[in-house]
Design a protein around this ligand. Structure first.
Ligand code: HEC
Length: 177
């Protein structure tokens, strides 16, 4: 009897404690969720605020210049992953390679989707996309190495880089006006 009481004496507080802890962490998770939701809303409002501030006419001018001066290079060198290519290369059909490429394409488009010209699709705002683009062009980090070693001509050459960078800078200036 004594042993039983002793056991109950240990088990009950343990259960209560464990339960209490569980409730606590649930509450914490909910709180975190609420905070995250609020943060997301805040980001969204900020983005739509930025979009509203940008005049539609300015976005159109930027897009016109994109189509005239830049799109040709991107169509040739980036669209395989960042858009809808006219045709996939023959090795796309090779099992294993197809999976790697599909993954790359999904990733690439989530970041920057060029399918519908400017403003690009993906997770960024027009400005942040232009800034990311400027970084990658300056660092020469796109296309990724594992791609350009098979397609050496897919890298932007110096003349193309200059044209792209000029378009980026002009566009950022215009959208920030
Ligand atoms: C073989 C596929 C492939 C090609 C071709 C390619 N990219 Fe990418 N790109 C990716 C992937 C995957 C990511 C996302 C992961 C990362 O940043 O490495 C990405 C990310 C980017 C980003 C970052 C976007 C952001 O907001 O983080 C920019 C900018 C970009 N690419 C520009 C280009 C340009 C410009 C070209 C052509 C000159 C190009 N890419 C060609 C696969 C590709």
């Amino acid at each position: 009897m004594k042993q039983l009481l002793f056991a109950i004496g240990i088990i009950v507080p343990l259960l209560v404690f464990a339960h209490g802890k569980e409730d606590h962490s649930k509450e914490k998770a909910k709180k975190k969720e609420r905070l995250e939701e609020r943060e997301q809303k805040h980001q969204k409002n900020k983005q739509t605020g930025q979009m509203k501030k940008m005049k539609k006419a300015d976005l159109e001018i930027v897009n016109n210049n994109y189509q005239l001066r830049v799109k040709g290079f991107f169509k040739e060198k980036c669209i395989d992953c960042h858009g809808i290519p006219d045709a996939y290369p023959w090795y796309y059909k090779v099992p294993g390679i197809k999976q790697i490429m599909d993954y790359d394409i999904r990733e690439a488009k989530e970041h920057l989707d060029m399918s519908n010209d400017f403003p690009f699709g993906g997770h960024g705002t027009p400005q942040s996309d232009l800034k990311e683009l400027r970084k990658t062009v300056k660092k020469d980090s796109m296309p990724p190495l594992q791609y350009w070693i098979f397609h050496p001509s897919s890298r932007l050459n110096d003349d193309e880089k200059e044209i792209v960078l000029r378009w980026i800078d002009q566009s950022i200036n215009r959208l920030n006006q």
